[in-house]
Write a protein that binds this ligand. Structure first.
Ligand code: HEM
Length: 510
């Protein structure tokens, strides 16, 4: 009391305001239905710690640790039911955890399936509004379901399996060139940086298929600013979505990182607009009749998207279709090369193919498919939260009522590490896919799911099948190098929306 009597009025006012604020926060939290959901205390009041984990490239691991830690406190769901089957009645990880005041993460498979259902009501959250460079809208970040459906319909024909099959020769040639260039690097320096070459390969495939002409990074073999941007784009996306209001001021603020993020987006946009402009002129003058992913959209009689919309879509394809494939291939090669028995079994299978094999003939190779599935499981290129908004009426997910407007995220990192479905989940074991259960298949979501599932899945699978086969046919003795200080730590993961190896390299000796 003595202290208060002598305190200046401003201090008393400040303390009073603080007490009232703290009290109202506690009351609000007490009345909030989300307060029943287990999670760390800080997540009830602020998203600051989760944002810190996101910007540090650690959010998927952090959220997974919450599922493990708070699993014990969660109400038990009697079972996860799928048609005709019942799984283990005890969930070993928490089905729902709170990660921020208005965000929960869901690992209960039935709830995940409901969220990512075709035609479902869980729309992409406002997180996606902030992804595009200068507010650009693409299929990937469109949050309006009606506009998304129109755009998806337009782009689906190009990405359909029937069309992708026609593009196989281009993909095959590009991968063959990548093998040749890898061999040259090995002859020259004794090691191959496969992360670099897969990034070149994937960037060239998607640009060639989009514009009828690749950026030719495989030919030049140089890490151009564009390639560096692609390798850093996941981090750039994290910055863009965390500080959206600062970005328009990037040129005026003394923050080099913001300038770099803006310049990166600008670089991809500039290259895409040049390439689309050139391709369109050739199509208009009848000089280029090569089939591409955008052929139909560029024909003058059926022009349904403006040139600007096609450029933005092409930027989206470059961003979504290059790093994802390159990362998957890099971790696949690294994982296989670390285990001689896995490598030898795969080599035996692919060596048996005749020269001049096609994708058709590798599509059903048993062990090859198991290896790819396991790489997509353990080293998902998109392991992180795919945030969706709970519909206005609210929903019961994983045994909890979640009010409308809450962000319900799901992350492949946790789904792919369910210890019941994937025992010894941290080990790379392709044989676990010999006889996958329905539950394993349901939990396996490397390409997302439902209406917003990856449109590039057929192209991605074609690249993964052909690149893995060609690599192990050409380099049957491939092993992880220890030259230049290469060690497991280099392959530690930085995970934003996409992952990348910490050191941005993966050295292999062949
Ligand atoms: C191994 C390679 C790939 C992986 C793991 C992958 C993964 C994913 C995932 C998880 C999503 C859902 C994202 C979300 O819900 O927010 C997605 C969507 C998407 N992906 Fe892929 N992707 C791959 C390759 C490709 C390729 C080659 C393309 C080619 C352009 C592509 C284009 C897209 C697009 C445009 C979307 C948005 C679809 C929509 O919202 O309708 N992806 N991808």
């Amino acid at each position: 009391a003595e202290l208060f009597r002598n305190a200046p009025p401003t201090a008393i006012f400040a303390i009073g305001a603080f007490v009232i604020l703290a009290f109202s926060l506690v009351i609000r939290e007490f009345l909030n239905p989300l307060s029943k959901i287990p999670g760390p205390w800080i997540a009830k009041y602020t998203d600051i710690y989760t944002t810190y984990q996101f910007l540090s490239g650690n959010k998927p691991r952090y959220v997974h640790s919450l599922h493990k830690k708070y699993g014990i406190m969660a109400p038990r769901i009697s079972c996860i039911e799928f048609e005709g089957s019942t799984s283990n009645p005890v969930l070993p990880i928490g089905p729902v955890v709170r990660v921020a005041p208005h965000e929960v993460d869901i690992a209960d498979i039935s709830a995940v399936k409901e969220i990512h259902r075709v035609g479902g009501k869980y729309l992409k959250s406002e997180f996606y509004d902030k992804i595009g460079h200068r507010g650009g809208r693409t299929l990937f970040n469109q949050t309006d379901p009606h506009l998304h459906a129109i755009r998806r319909k337009l782009l689906s024909a190009g990405m359909a399996r029937a069309n992708i099959v026609h593009l196989e020769p281009d993909v095959m040639q590009r991968i063959q060139l990548t093998m040749k260039r890898m061999q040259e690097e090995n002859d020259h320096s004794g090691v191959i940086d496969v992360f670099k070459w897969w990034t070149f390969m994937a960037a060239d495939v998607i640009t060639e298929l989009s514009f009828g002409q690749s950026f030719q990074t495989t030919e030049h073999g140089l890490k151009t600013p564009l390639i560096t941007t692609l390798q850093k784009q996941s981090f750039f996306m994290a910055v863009r979505t965390t500080f959206p209001s600062l970005l328009p001021w990037a040129q005026l603020l003394p923050l080099p990182l913001l300038k770099e993020v803006q310049a990166g987006g600008q670089r991809i946009f500039h290259r895409a607009s040049q390439a689309i402009g050139q391709y369109k002129r050739m199509v208009d003058s009848g000089l280029n009749t090569r089939r591409t992913l955008f052929s139909n959209l560029l024909k003058s009689e059926t022009r349904e998207l403006t040139e600007m919309e096609i450029i933005q879509e092409a930027c989206g394809y470059i961003a979504a279709g290059s790093d994802t494939t390159a990362i998957t291939m890099t971790y696949l090669i690294w994982s296989v090369c670390r285990n001689q028995s896995i490598r030898d079994r795969l080599v035996t299978e692919v060596k048996g193919l005749p020269d001049g094999f096609s994708e058709e003939s590798v599509r059903d190779l048993t062990y090859l498919n198991q290896v790819i599935n396991e790489a997509l499981r353990l080293h998902s290129a998109v392991p992180s939260a795919l945030p969706r908004r709970v519909p206005p009426e609210g929903a019961t997910l994983g045994g909890y009522y979640i009010p409308g407007g809450t962000t319900a995220s799901t992350q492949a990192y946790t789904l792919h590490r369910d210890p019941v479905l994937f025992p010894a989940s941290e080990s790379f074991n392709p044989s676990r896919w010999e006889n996958p259960t329905k539950e394993m298949k349901a939990a396996f979501m490397p390409f997302g799911g439902g209406t917003r599932a990856c449109i590039g899945i057929h192209l991605a699978w074609m690249e993964l099948l052909l690149a893995t086969t060609l690599f192990f046919r050409k380099f049957p003795d491939a092993r992880v190098s220890t030259k230049e200080g290469m060690c497991d730590e280099d392959m530690g993961v930085k995970a934003y929306l996409l992952v990348s190896p910490k050191s941005r390299r993966c050295l292999i000796e062949v």
